[in-house]
Write a protein that binds this ligand. Structure first.
Ligand SMILES: [Zn+2]
Length: 72
């Protein structure tokens, strides 16, 4: 069982790193219809699942790093 949890955590971590470097993908809703769609608002790009949360985690990590630097 612990192996499964470790594998799951590793998968989440790998996905997080992947999303961190390429958070957007082509909007697949645009292929079906022409013109602007409500999903991407005409940008033809949509965020990958979890991109928002990865972004938030990145920001909080950067902030934590900043605070740690200042306290030194
Ligand atoms: Zn679209």
């Amino acid at each position: 069982m612990p192996n499964l949890i470790a594998a799951g955590l590793l998968a989440i971590l790998a996905w997080g790193i992947f999303v961190l470097f390429s958070p957007y993908r082509d909007c697949r809703w645009c292929r079906r219809r022409k013109g602007r769609c409500w999903r991407c608002k005409g940008r033809r790009l949509t965020r990958r699942p979890g991109a928002y949360h990865v972004h938030k985690v990145k920001l909080s990590l950067l902030q934590a790093w900043d605070e740690w630097e200042w306290r030194r």
